[in-house]
Ligand binder design. Structure first.
Ligand SMILES: *[C@@H]1O[C@H](CO)[C@@H](O)[C@H](O)[C@H]1NC(C)=O
Ligand SMILES: *[C@@H]1O[C@H](CO)[C@@H](O)[C@H](O)[C@H]1NC(C)=O
Length: 473
């Protein structure tokens, strides 16, 4: 797809140099192609309230070329592309009250990188955009690990300050006629921010723009330095075992390696001060975490390598359960905690039969702890012994492989479907399914085996008792 405006390489370089003095690597494949699209208006809202950065980009795209266009490209600077956790797009149809969003497919594009190594994603439109036509698109994406603590180390009495880097202008391979960017900070405590006029600050919002007629790949770096005391809870590794037992329950075991990924704690730690002055002491630390579990959960335990931890509270209601877990010590910047949570769920809430007679598990994919980033998650679904042809349906790309696990009385072992994903955010907590074939005969295998063993023992015992082993007659 040729989507770039016919523009000689030198004008492109010149126009970029006019705006900023940035080092610039021109990309032959892109600048030589011609673009027929332009963005009439763009609005970007960046939410920096948590450590998970959520961005919503609203675009109105018009086709000025002579051929219909079926894709729209999005560009990201390399550091953002690297920390991009999730990207979704939808077409906005209808006006005012009848507005609705139709999901669109977004994929990394196979285009060569743009200037300064910009990475492309391609949105496939539902219907090709004809000449002169326009379409409204809403893109939402999530960035992780993109707030840099500064200072890098803080003491117990200091708040946590972080840096956010981005551009005042939206990076795009198209001309943008009109654009604004709004950055929301968690509080009004903003130490400093780069101005690219017009720039305004209103309470917790920084507004960049409106800017008019920006040529493709315009870029104006900005830096925002602000206070963010939200828990930077990162699970370096989460392994979830989801074991299906056809005897009516689902056993979940979750192994966590949690770290506070904010500014590192320096100096000593005073628990007295921490407990007596919670509003100013260790403000960026976290004492407890909230895990949202399904309703009807039971047999919950929470343990670390020392043993069971009793300081967890479970609240259950009709629609959900909440487990509040409290590690043995509060987590300050850079501190880690390793623990295991286990629980049991009724199988009938999660196991169903499909129309073609397969069984399937329908369960949530991500980490149940609120507002956490998981660097790497492994979901292991352990199917009952004798299950055949398992396959998983997941709404996003994951790495898949198969294993076999053995427990008591297993003869052929249980098939395990392993699904792995990196850089996971709460928005990944959608449902996935694992389908498999199963014959009821296998359910009887273990009881039959047990009965035959007992029968054999019984027969042996009877035979022994009746055996005449005396030598005297
Ligand atoms: C921890 O709790 C679980 C579930 O209540 C129990 O099965 C296990 O034996 C306990 N372990 C220890 C070390 O207390
Ligand atoms: C899985 O469960 C979710 C939530 O209960 C439901 O919305 C979804 O339709 C289910 N998916 C399938 C394939 O059953």
């Amino acid at each position: 797809m040729e989507v770039f405006e016919a523009r000689s390489r030198s004008t492109l370089i010149l126009s970029l140099l006019v705006f900023f003095s940035l080092s610039f690597r021109s990309s032959s494949s892109l600048s030589s192609s011609s673009s027929e699209l332009q963005i009439l208006s763009a609005e970007r809202r960046i939410d920096l309230a948590s450590h998970i950065i959520r961005v919503v980009l609203s675009l109105k795209v018009q086709n000025d070329g002579e051929f219909p266009a079926s894709n729209v490209l999005l560009a990201f600077p390399p550091p953002q592309a690297k920390h991009l956790s999730l990207i979704q797009a939808a077409e906005l149809t209808g006006k005012k009250k009848k507005k609705s969003l139709q999901p669109l497919d977004v994929k990394p594009s196979d285009h060569a990188d743009g200037p300064n190594g910009a990475k492309f994603f391609s949105i496939s439109l539902r219907n090709p955009l004809s000449t002169g036509g326009s379409v409204s698109i809403e893109v939402s994406y999530i960035l992780t690990q993109s707030l840099e603590p500064f200072p890098v180390e803080i003491s117990q009495s200091e708040p946590q300050l972080v840096l956010y880097r981005d551009g005042a202008l939206i990076l795009s391979p198209y001309t943008i006629k009109q654009q604004t960017t709004v950055i929301r900070t968690p509080t009004t405590k903003v130490e400093s921010f780069t101005r690219v006029e017009p720039t305004t600050q209103m309470r917790t919002e920084l507004k960049y723009g409106p800017y008019q007629d920006q040529p493709p790949f315009s870029y104006a770096p900005i830096l925002v330095h602000f206070e963010n005391n939200n828990p930077f809870a990162v699970v370096e590794e989460l392994v979830r075992e989801i074991e299906i037992s056809h005897w009516g329950y689902l056993q979940i075991t979750e192994h966590y390696k949690l770290v506070h990924n904010g500014a590192r704690h320096k100096g000593g730690f005073s628990r007295v001060e921490y407990q007596s002055r919670p509003s100013i002491s260790g403000v960026s630390s976290f004492k407890h975490l909230l895990a949202k579990l399904p309703p009807r959960v039971h047999s919950v335990y929470y343990r670390d390598n020392i043993g069971n931890i009793s300081t967890s509270h479970l609240r259950t209601s009709y629609s959900k359960s909440e487990l509040e877990i409290e590690p043995r010590y509060p987590l300050l910047g850079g501190w880690k905690a390793t623990f295991v949570i286990g629980y049991v769920l009724p199988l009938q809430d999660f196991l169903f039969e499909s129309d073609d007679g397969k069984r399937y598990l329908n369960f949530s994919f991500g980490c149940p702890i609120a507002e956490t980033v998981v660097n790497k998650i492994t979901n292991k679904v352990v199917l009952p012994e004798g299950s055949k042809n398992p396959f998983a349906v997941v709404p996003f790309s994951v790495e898949r492989h198969a294993e076999t696990s053995y427990s008591y009385l297993d003869i052929v072992g249980r098939p395990v479907v392993v699904l792995e994903k990196e850089n996971v955010v709460p928005e990944h907590n959608s449902h996935f399914q694992v389908y498999y074939d199963f014959h009821l005969m296998f359910m009887l295998a273990e009881p039959l085996m047990l009965t035959s063993v007992f029968f054999f023992l019984f027969v042996a015992a009877v035979a022994y008792l009746h055996m005449d082993i005396s030598i005297r007659k």
